[in-house]
Design a protein around this ligand. Structure first.
Ligand code: ZN
Ligand code: ZN
Length: 142
């Protein structure tokens, strides 16, 4: 498993001690912008790191999310998904095939609100759901 420098920097800047497993998970998330689940991360990494367990992957992503190094998405009601892109952006999920992608949004949108009256916002997510291009075409044929 090749660890990239970006992963080391990301962990350091968010105060996460860079253990081998944490670096592996962070590197994986930086390389795979598909918003993978714990299951997907584990299945891909366990061939390279035979000592890795699913619990370790689970605990690692939880820690990365807690420290703010990775974003957790609840758009998929079956599985939590993880995103190394922590900049402001929205997500789209296809209800048919599960395809999940980034939707760029401008910084000035609702997502960047930090205060609403007396309320302090620590997290905001904007989700779009519908059908991807491929599935939309399939639907037309039926
Ligand atoms: Zn689809
Ligand atoms: Zn994303």
């Amino acid at each position: 498993m090749k660890i990239n420098n970006e992963a080391i920097e990301r962990l350091n800047s968010f105060g996460v001690k860079p253990s081998m497993q944490r670096l592996a998970v962070m590197t994986y998330l930086l390389k795979h912008r598909t918003h993978p689940t714990v299951e997907a991360i584990y299945l891909d990494l366990c061939s390279q790191i035979p000592t890795l367990s699913k619990t370790t992957v689970y605990n690692t992503v939880k820690l990365l999310v807690e420290q703010g190094a990775v974003a957790e998405l609840t758009i998929d009601d079956k599985n939590l998904r993880y995103d190394s892109d922590i900049s402001t952006h929205a997500h789209f999920k296809c209800c048919h095939c599960g395809y999940l992608c980034d939707i760029p949004v401008r910084k000035s949108t609702l997502l960047s609100v930090k205060k609403i009256g007396g309320l302090t916002v620590s997290e905001s997510q904007l989700y779009y759901k519908g059908y991807c291009e491929k599935c939309s075409k399939l639907m037309e044929k039926i």
